[in-house]
Design a protein around this ligand. Structure first.
Ligand code: PQP
Length: 403
């Protein structure tokens, strides 16, 4: 344990605009520098950009904790941006109890109950997109599909009223920006923080949640004594933080992948049963949640490199998902690739608890598109919405050519 390797250092800022616009050259530089790399622009920051080490850090919740924050900031040293999440920013045993309840609410069996509704909404929305594309010549696939779809189905399942749902997008943007440095992006999305946070916290209360929905089920778990009553609104807050911006960008990025790869879209159209695997491969190829951090709970090692207590570990999920040490031809989007093993949804005890719902949304949107649309064409340049954590599109002009 005393002999450790010399850890390479790089003067790279992962939050520089050029790296947010196109992170892939940066990923390669960090991967090639070593299994663990010190990023000297920020204090006590170590990056794991290869699949093996990013996976290993996420799999070791004892040495690499979440309770000190899963962003750049160390909550042991600085106050959190908002009251800490009771699941994302928590460690066992607190995490365990809360996770069990969310995991049951979002279980495969529970998600089977919403599948028909999610499918019908996807079909109706794709139908509207086709009509709009025929009438106008093109659509913005973000405004017409990637945003409105999750914004309808997930809050409906949680049991939120229809009014004010735009707050979920604004809140998500802020939460994911807050996991980076206090830069201009965070300042910009925090401008409207007070009214957005007020709306969110109000809608975490039971009287705003339809009986029987995912939100109300958290309160039922509190009634049954499975979680503390005081924790219920904060666990609803986790649904409202996590459930929209992630899938908006998962779906947006999948549409982007398919628009950029007409041959792959042709294969999907020929066999809509490939929708699930096309979505999975899009998660790998253009990972929506690019990064998560952990904090070292004690002095330890990764791949022979010394890690000191309170160092932050940057797990570069998107980079791991294109690591040539793990994947053949990693930059290729191939909808029949065995993409499982990507870490777009993390791994270990914090692996995405909403993954069954997220995959359902991705699958049914792509399947509806595959059935109704023969070809999709790029109808103009796309634009990006820069965020400290999310890989996000602002606009994606597409032409949908129906069957
Ligand atoms: C990517 C939990 C999970 C989900 C929270 C929270 C926020 C975001 C996410 C990120 N998340 N997939 O506040 O508990």
């Amino acid at each position: 344990m005393t002999e450790t390797l010399v850890t390479p250092e790089l003067d790279i800022d992962p939050y520089a605009e050029a790296n947010l616009i196109d992170p892939y050259p940066m990923h390669q530089r960090i991967r090639d520098a070593g299994p663990v790399v010190r990023l000297t622009r920020y204090p006590r920051l170590l990056a794991c950009a290869r699949h093996a080490e990013a996976h290993a850090v996420l799999s070791n919740h004892v040495d690499f904790i979440s309770g000190a924050g899963v962003g750049l900031s160390n909550f042991n040293l600085e106050p959190p941006f908002r009251p800490k999440s009771l699941i994302l920013e928590a460690d066992p045993p607190l995490h365990t109890q809360n996770r069990a309840v969310l995991s049951r609410i979002l279980s495969p069996k529970a998600v089977l109950q919403i599948r028909a509704t999610f499918t019908a909404v996807a079909e109706a929305m794709v139908e509207r997109c086709v009509a709009e594309s025929l009438a106008q010549g093109s659509i913005d696939a973000i405004a017409a599909l990637a945003q409105p779809y999750p914004l309808k189905v997930f809050p409906d399942a949680v049991g939120l009223e229809p009014e004010g749902r735009e707050n979920l997008l604004l809140y998500g943007d802020m939460v994911f920006n807050s996991m980076g440095p206090r830069n201009a992006l965070l300042a910009k999305s925090a401008e409207r923080m007070a009214p957005v946070t007020d709306w969110i916290m109000r809608h975490c209360q039971r009287d705003h949640l339809r009986p029987g929905g995912f939100g109300d089920q958290i309160y039922q778990a509190a009634d049954a004594g499975e979680i503390e009553a005081a924790h219920a609104p904060m666990l609803v807050r986790s649904f409202l933080s996590a459930g929209v911006d992630t899938t908006v960008n998962g779906i947006g990025n999948a549409l982007f992948a398919l628009a950029q790869h007409p041959q792959e879209y042709a294969r999907l159209h020929a066999d809509p049963g490939l929708a699930r695997s096309a979505f999975e491969e899009a998660l790998r190829w253009e990972t929506a949640t690019q990064t998560f951090f952990r904090t070292a709970a004690r002095d330890c090692q990764i791949a022979g490199h010394a890690v000191a207590e309170n160092d932050k570990l940057l797990c570069m999920l998107a980079s791991a998902n294109r690591d040539p040490r793990r994947w053949t031809d990693p930059d290729r989007y191939d909808i029949t690739r065995r993409a499982s093993g990507h870490i777009a949804m993390g791994t270990g005890i914090h692996g995405c608890v909403g993954q069954v719902v997220a995959r359902l949304e991705g699958e049914v949107v792509l399947a509806a598109l595959a059935r109704r649309v023969a070809r999709i064409e790029v109808a103009g340049p796309h634009t990006r919405r820069l965020n400290n954590t999310l890989r996000a599109l602002q606009t994606l002009p597409l032409r949908l050519i129906p069957v």
